[in-house]
Design a protein around this ligand. Structure first.
Ligand code: SF4
Length: 375
């Protein structure tokens, strides 16, 4: 297939759905609970709801929405750090747009901007570097956020800043890594996941090999999946086929984009600039060992945490907010008491309602949940 329409072809979708129904029926003969497939990546959550895929599948298949939306797992304390940096008079604070409305304990970045802080939305870290070049009397801080997908562009920007000798640019590093997080989910006592749809964009950088332990040590299948409706259906079918055949392997449905070995040039830039942190706090999941990166000592001049002595307080979410339970798959978004009432995309109380890749925002926008159903 070459064109996007072909990945949305209803006839092919119908064929795949019939195959999925057959496999689900076979699997359900020997079990008494639903088949749970976790889509790790927020991009898949968005596709699943946007195209109504969950409603097409047999009731015996359930999606658990994973932690793969970096905005959604950003803890409140880090948002407060961003605001504190943005409020410094010498700082121009730059960020991707989807982080602007994530609530902090006091105010979001958008709120800080409204109150006078110099917060600017950029499309890439290179835009932030251009701002530093154009404003030599100011300190430009870039809010680096995301998994391995966005890490390479941040790393390359720091290398570029070093090459040009630009000293008024620094990174507030909040990049996180997916593998320790999947492992933490697999190790949790209430784990009930039967298989995974693996993240497409992250895998483009890291390849498929880092997932091998999931099949080898936990005997769960993982299929790296694309984002179009037929990609998702095909990947679900591949996961079910493995379960039906009693296999647990790592397969790559998104081979048109994801090379088995990843992208060596990107990986080498990431390794050059970043090192693993001992631990990193995730909203709703707590602290996970080696799940984040920081800037290496040799690039300290471009590290905002060292330059401005960032506080990083640990701040719990508001009591009524149930983002953590949603992230662990323990409840569906609409079961949160705030869903659709106190918490909407216009007035988000939790980060899962902010990004379009957040499970709550996806349910709100496409889930077809009537407010009468909401407790
Ligand atoms: S509805 Fe809002 S507060 Fe509740 S889990 Fe979702 S984002 Fe968090």
């Amino acid at each position: 297939m070459r064109f996007v329409d072909e990945f949305r072809d209803p006839v092919r979708a119908g064929y795949l759905l019939r195959e999925i129904e057959g496999l689900a029926e076979t699997i359900m003969r020997d079990r008494d609970r639903t088949i749970v497939i976790m889509e790790v990546c927020g991009g898949h959550t968005h596709s699943i709801f946007r195209y109504g895929i969950e409603k097409m599948l047999p009731r015996s298949i359930e999606f658990a929405h994973g932690p793969g939306c970096p905005v959604c797992v950003l803890p409140m304390g880090r948002v407060d750090d961003c605001v504190a940096l943005a409020e410094r008079p010498e700082v121009i604070f730059t960020t991707f747009g989807d982080a602007m409305r994530v609530p902090g304990s006091r105010v979001s970045l958008l709120g800080a901007k409204a109150a006078g802080a110099d917060v600017r939305m950029v499309y890439s870290p290179l835009d932030a570097l251009a701002l530093a070049r154009a404003n030599p009397a100011r300190e430009v801080v870039f809010f680096g956020l995301g998994f391995e997908t966005t890490m390479p562009s941040t790393a390359l920007t720091i290398l570029q800043a070093q090459a040009e000798g630009i000293r008024n640019f620094s990174l507030f590093c909040n990049h996180i890594t997916i593998i320790p997080t999947i492992k933490a989910i697999l190790d949790s006592p209430d784990m009930r996941i039967d298989g995974f749809l693996g993240p497409g964009h992250v895998s483009m950088v890291i390849g498929t090999e880092p997932y091998d332990f999931i099949a080898r040590d936990y005997h769960r299948p993982l299929v790296v999946a694309g984002f179009e409706p037929l990609d998702v259906l095909h990947s679900v079918w591949m996961v079910l086929r493995q379960i039906a055949e009693g296999r647990a392997e790592i397969e790559n449905q998104y081979a048109r984009i994801v090379p088995e070995k990843g992208n060596p040039a990107s990986l080498s830039a990431v390794t050059e600039v970043f090192e693993l942190r001992e631990f990193f706090e995730w909203r709703g999941l707590g602290s996970i060992d080696h799940s984040g990166v920081r800037v290496r000592e040799r690039y300290a001049a471009w590290d905002a945490e060292r330059k401005f002595a960032v506080a990083s307080p640990s701040i719990p979410d508001p009591k009524a907010c149930q983002c953590g339970e949603v992230l662990k798959g323990a409840i569906k978004p609409w079961q949160c008491k705030l869903f659709g009432r106190a918490c909407t995309p216009e007035t988000p109380m939790g980060a899962l309602m902010v990004s379009s890749e957040g499970a709550c925002a996806a349910y709100y926008q496409y889930g077809g949940v009537e407010l009468e159903q909401v407790p």
